[in-house]
Design a protein around this ligand. Structure first.
Ligand code: MRU
Length: 359
């Protein structure tokens, strides 16, 4: 069941290595690894979608801090205050790259704690500790995804047909995936008849990336355009919808790729269960509800062009929210690495956080 798909890799040691990102803008046509040798490179890579997907963004940012620390504080002794001061702009730059996925601030918070715990002395000690933390964030994400996927796959019977949106696989995470991880686990258990893959307009993460992963890992899949989902639900061809998330608010509202809300409403109308694969790193109890989640607005060209081809008149006004909010009432369950969370979300998410903190 292991998947070799990974969006990033560190080459070399903490002190002299660099990060490589698989350029997701070029998939499925070409597999090109881009070298990221500074925090600025990493910030550009996140902003420009070389890497994308909430957990993967968080992991990349953590390695960005390592590169930033090496450039700014390495080479001599440093105090905790000096290190924190030098690294402040690095943290700010990385946290401003994309606003919706909370994994970014979650992961940067973990990296900040490492800086705060620095006891002074050799700066390369701090760089080494930051590197260890980035590696832990990546490893834990992969392990959590596997646990979440096993748990999620248990919800389904043999012959299940699952519809998914966007790309939530190895490419979007530290490995294995969240919603696509669940589909992957169901396939490995011999339960999956088929995954329906929404193309995911306008950026086409489903058509370009999820299909690529499914073919690579022998997951039975059929690509459809987003507007076909209702048709196949009506025909009884969809047993469940499973999507990922960029942020779950305290009341259970879910931010995810634009088009998710429409799918949830369709699923409700057709009595199809709607599940969200939500690693605990995406749960944001500080944000009370979906209305408070910032929605990234992306460029008009991503809507008016498909690849290099322009498909709309140059004068037309364009809107492009990259994410939408699915109200909690449409979500049958959140699948986390620590268990399946059902409504009422306000209470049950709080309970989950408390049991996490007690561990
Ligand atoms: O704009 P993207 O491609 O970064 O959006 C990704 C999504 O919306 C995913 O569904 C979400 O990040 C979950 S990935 C496990």
């Amino acid at each position: 069941m292991e998947s070799a798909v990974s969006p990033l890799r560190w080459v070399g040691e903490a002190g002299d290595g660099y990060l490589e990102m698989l350029d997701q803008r070029l998939l499925p046509g070409r597999e090109v690894w881009q070298v990221m040798s500074s925090a600025e490179d990493v910030a550009d890579g996140i902003r420009d979608m070389v890497i994308r997907g909430a957990p993967a963004i968080g992991i990349a940012a953590a390695y960005g801090v390592v590169l930033g620390a090496r450039a700014r504080v390495d080479g001599g002794p440093t105090t905790r205050q000096d290190a924190a001061g030098e690294l402040k702009p690095v943290f700010e730059m990385l946290s401003e790259t994309r606003p919706t996925a909370v994994n970014l601030s979650w992961s940067l918070r973990r990296m900040r704690h490492v800086v705060q715990a620095h006891d002074g002395g050799a700066a390369n000690k701090l760089v080494a500790r930051l590197f260890e933390e980035a590696q832990s964030i990546q490893r834990e994400d992969r392990e959590n995804n596997r646990r979440m996927s096993e748990l999620g796959a248990e919800l389904f019977d043999d012959g299940v047909k699952i519809l998914t949106h966007c790309n939530t696989g190895g490419l979007a995470t530290g490995g294995f995936g969240t919603a696509l991880g669940i589909i992957r686990a169901a396939a490995a258990q011999g339960k999956l008849e088929k995954a329906w893959i929404d193309e995911t307009r306008p950026y086409l993460q489903g058509a370009r990336l999820t299909t690529w992963e499914c073919l690579k890992d022998d997951i039975p899949a059929t690509l459809i355009t987003d507007s076909m989902a209702g048709h196949f639900m009506k025909q009884g061809e969809v047993d469940a919808v499973v999507v990922g998330t960029d942020r779950v608010a305290a009341n259970g509202d879910v931010a995810n790729k634009i088009g998710t809300y429409s799918l949830a409403v369709l699923a409700d109308a057709h009595d199809v269960p709607f599940y969200v694969a939500a690693p605990i790193s995406t749960v944001d109890l500080e944000t009370p509800g979906g209305d408070e989640i910032p929605i990234e607005q992306r460029s008009r060209e991503e809507v008016t062009q498909v690849g290099e081809t322009t498909i709309a008149p140059a004068e037309i006004d364009v809107a492009h929210p990259a994410f939408d909010i699915t109200p909690a009432e449409y979500v049958d369950a959140l699948i986390t690495e620590d268990g399946i969370v059902e409504p009422p979300y306000e209470t049950n998410l709080k309970r989950l956080a408390e049991s996490e903190a007690a561990e």
